[in-house]
Design a protein around this ligand. Sequence first.
Ligand SMILES: [Fe+2]
Ligand SMILES: [Fe+2]
Length: 169
Amino acid sequence: MTVRSASQGILSDDNLAKRQELVELLKKAYWMEMETVMSYITNSINPDGVRAQEIIESLQEDIQEELGHAQRFASRIKELYGVVPGSLEFNAEQSYLQPPEHQTDIVHVIKGVIEAETGAIEHYNRIIEFTDGLDFVTQDMVIDILHDEEGHRRLFEGYLREYEVEGLA
Ligand SMILES: [Fe+2]
Ligand SMILES: [Fe+2]
């Protein structure tokens, strides 16, 4: 007896091309999360000063969440018959989260985090739209992750507001 494919949804033979396209979108998401883990480790260690502590603690928490996102994207890549890429395929993009000239420059870190979260929000919205009516499982997963990113962005916008009020940002 031959094993038959699902006749509907992202696993159906008819959707092979779309599935491959989706796997590429998920790989990009995976790398974004991995780079964010790296950048948040960096920026949760480097900052100096009394006011840096809140940012440090906040980023320390986020690292675990972003790592969890990376693992979820990786699992979904495999479920869709893709292969999770190896480290040599990684290309860094987060120029805005490199260490600032002065480690007391907390505004630089806050703005960098907002930029990273905004990029994730944009890419995940794209995946949610792409999967609409096609792959509800991926869509559901990415909506959940998007919710986390929107929360992260809002939190750091709040931090930035404090500096803006004081004319420091
Ligand atoms: Fe994330
Ligand atoms: Fe995030």
